[in-house]
Write a protein that binds this ligand. Sequence first.
Ligand code: MET
Ligand SMILES: [Zn+2]
Length: 772
Amino acid sequence: MTAAPLPQATILGYPRIGRRRELKRAVESFWAGRISEPELQQTAAQLRAATRARLVELGLPAAGAAVPESFSFYDQVLDATLAVGAIPSRFGAPTGSDLDTYFRLARGDAEHQPLEMTKWFDTNYHYSVPEIDGETGFAANATALVEQFREAQEQGIETRPVLVGPVTYLLLAKASDAAADGFDPIDRLDDLVGVYAALLEALAAAGVSWVQLDEPALVSDSLRVTREETLGLVERAYAVLGGAGTRPRILIAAPYGNSAAALTRLGALPVEAVHADLVRGSLPDAALADGSLAQAFAGTQLVAGVVDGRNIWRTDLRGAFAQLTQLTDAGIATVVGTSNNLQHVPHDVRDETKLEGRLRSWLAFADQKVEQVAILARGLAEGAAAIEPELAEVDRVLADRDAAPGVHSDPIRARVAASGDDDRTRVTEEDRRAAQQDLGIPHLATTTIGSFPQTPEIRKARAAFVRGEIDEAAYEGFLREEIASVIRLQEEIGLDVLVHGEAERNDMVQYFAELLDGFAVTEHGWVQSYGSRATRPSILWGDVSRPAPMTVRWSEYAQSLTDRPVKGMLTGPVTILAWSFVRDDQPLSDTAAQVALALRDEIEDLVDAGITIVQVDEPALRELLPLDRDRQAAYLDWSVGAFRLATGGARAGVQIHTHLCYSEFGEIIDAVDGLDADVTSIEAARSRMDVVQPLGDHGYSRGIGPGVYDIHSPRVPGVDEQTELIRIAAARIPGEQLWVNPDCGLKTRGYDETVASLTNLVLAAKAVRAEA
Ligand code: MET
Ligand SMILES: [Zn+2]
């Protein structure tokens, strides 16, 4: 351990999908057999080299491990699974290369289901869930880490390998199906720490001077153990790793939340640096004031995550510099960093040549964040005066943003301020049930979640329209035909409540962002969602309003074609916020209320056009739940409030539906109750209706549709299988409350499987109805 301290500027990680999604194209070509593994490896190596060169160009030093080696072919948790050899035994003996094994775990094959995917902390990024049991044969495999480090060395850049840390790894894992009853993956911590020690030894032998171990579990109250227990586990693990003879210096990172309460204890660990997220989190004021923080950090560097890695706004450099000065004044060796890995933001705002210039000047994507880190580090090294021009420039930009037209609109704000509890409250459930009798909805009513398959023809027509190859009339005509055929199909299948199919939507958030004022859409602002998939979040920059109806003509047309009710279909305020980059200059609750009012007007227009059922999807309600328990109640309050503000204007006879596509319900069941929707559809097929039990226990009194058809797979569930699931639900939920539907929308499915599955669904519902 002869290495030097970390330089004064670093980031926790950088987007790896490529500035033009080159990795996506290469990986998908490899999967399709169009390129070989060496060709894929070559593209990946080029991307890594470009990233390192770019980071140095933007101001990170080439020497001293400031540049993180944070590449991933698919997912960083999956990388750790390979590095520690935790290949689940259900995949059999590994065949082929490490990369073959890696992708087999990620994507499955003819005989094997892939690893499950779930959301990474409170982000919209999904990781591959490790499966661990008492027999998991851990074995260190540092090959990829060492190769990438060497590759960087040859380029003349000293990098810092990045790996998910052992405590977070096990807390994000699930017990495999082969595990003994009561087994928890964290039971294997000591074994796994041994493997990490071996990895560190291999890295040290290869000349690695610093390694970064990510332990975001430290900031979460949503794991299987308490935060205090997590801290205890981290102390246990790093006492061993820190004490290991041959190892690189260790940086423990705690992104995505507040580690203030743990920071003094983390500083006292036998590691050389600790990162704290100072955007989501804060500094422990008392420990800072009484010197105990500085004492704990004697000999340890604090990487201060002052540049926000979750949003796309320029950092208030003056504020960030003040935070840094607080630390250095206390005598703490401080490194400037980002709050988290920049994987959650797009590459470079300079690529957005079509964005309006003024808006663009307020923005910072990954490259600009790196520049901000470098500026702040220069300030620490040379004094505030050295960076005063840059600080003043940001002051000017932020003031400009604050004063720009559209950022603050008095009428919109007045309307939000005037909205009260009355606007968020519908008549009683009983009155609504009575008024909705007229809808003529049968027991065990069948419906879908909204979207029908987005066929290649739909995508082609949209692309042609965007490129100007077909005119608006032609495109609209095409969509109307699509709607007509979806309505016909649903009638043939015999569904009770129909949908128009959402063919007009590229994406359930962007579609609305494009039609609402206050939003902008980027051209290249892609962010990895999972594996080779990326989304392009819209930018919510100003006060939100609805210049014109957004969905009415589609719903109205669909309803004109049938006697059965057609659901109007909207995306809810919380989900619109969760899947966009949202302004950071006011509380999310204020922004949500503005979006809610726009949706409220849309619902009014839908109802005026004869629509009697409106679904407002909130699949992100759970995702945005703060990791910090102390902040959860306030979140649930405003998120539920926004939904109710959107839907609260609907008269009693209008049936409000919502859709939440996940099955972990425990934590938010009261919130779901609070939404006060007449009908809620949820995911349930894969967990075999596990959620029905808590719902039954809770005494849930409104309509509920636990999904009986898992749309995440091309498999067609048979009549018997769906009948069985409906029976399980019907045993606990009265028939007039129970709805029969798939788990989620059908946009990713093909028509053949959709028609077969829905036909079976309708037959299954009929079978159970007949049993009653
Ligand atoms: C991710 S939830 C999707 C809901 C939407 N209405 C759909 O059916 O696609
Ligand atoms: Zn869904």
